[in-house]
Design a protein around this ligand. Sequence first.
Ligand SMILES: Cc1ncc(COP(=O)(O)O)c(C=O)c1O
Length: 421
Amino acid sequence: MATLTAARLASEGGSPAVTLPTPAWPVVEEADAALVAEVVRSGVWSWIGPREREFCTAYADFIGTRFCLGLANGTVTMQCALQAVEVVPGDEVIVPALTWVATAQAAMDIGANVVFADIDPVTLALDPASFAAAITPRTKAVIPVHLYGCMCDMDAIPDIARRHGVKVIEDVAHQHGSRWRGKGAGSLGDAGSFSFQQSKVLTSGEGGAVTCDDPEVYRTIFALKQVGWTPADPAANPFEPLVMGNKYGHNYRLTEMQAALLLCGLKRLPAQTARREANAQRLAAALAAEGGPLQAAPRDPRVTTQAYYSQTLFYDPAKASGIPRARYLAALAAEHCSFGTTYSPVYRSPLLNLADATSPLPFRRDLPQDYATLRLPNTERAVAETAVTLSQKHLLGTDEYTGQLLAAIRKVNDSLDRLRE
Ligand SMILES: Cc1ncc(COP(=O)(O)O)c(C=O)c1O
């Protein structure tokens, strides 16, 4: 009787398998509050002050690039990076169909035409073959997005891009500190774009950064974020003296309070990434041994450090006698084991809906694809049926917490017969 009660699913009125609280995010320590207070008292709150300079220097070093710029968010970072590699209105930019809408919006906002490519069903990241097939004489740039918990193939994508004269702007909003063959994500193309929004693994509430090696790319992005002003010779000094850069610029600055939070977060990041990697590997191994319908995406051996916005997993309804993903995940959620699904295909976002009178796109002529009818098969299947994500904060848990997540999965796997009814 006791066993029967223990096995009763929480969705059937049993006790949830996960009793420990979800690990907190963002992590806040005394050092964060002290440094922000120090900045507040200093009266130097913006205009590329000492904390921003310190952060940019440390972050460039961490990613492995010559330069880093702090910006207001992880969307304007991509707009500026695209402009810095000379994307102009009417050029085509290739974007994976599965990403946050901002990746596509950044290109659209500067007048470029977005061509959506399909994803690799094993990683959910841009499929190199689909990228290659989408290239036309008008293609100027590609944005490989290192999505959730898998990097893009950064051997194949830069190689295809180089052969076609296409610039590579990595969207690293999900994977601060991932490394491909030892090289940081954000150092593998012409520029790397980072978001520091609240849910990201390095955060200041809002904010963004661009990493790059080319001094001219750096000067252009600096001018675009600093109302036209840019360092005269970044190789000598990346922050001053500033000269008018003859570029149309905006105010896309970061504040000193944000830079203070980023400095503190950056100190914690390597240990947090190691913790997430260990927990993700434990989950992957246990799920493989379990052989159930939920399995983790395999780790590509070329990824030498994997940062996780979420762990990428897959649900196979065939291994659960057709139980749909939503029902399986709802049973897990009742056990306080909260897996998510994914973004929607960007081409189906209401923001791009050509029938929607508020969409800016009806005013654009010569769209390269009919977004309203586009259906990319790997993206469609992953979004509708198979892809599952586990948010980064769950991967920060103790061994006991991860053990409880696994116990919840086992409990649901052991009850598939009842779940089917
Ligand atoms: C993959 C991806 N790209 C770009 C962005 C845009 O970043 P932000 O919200 O800082 O503008 C986000 C996050 O929100 C994202 O997840």
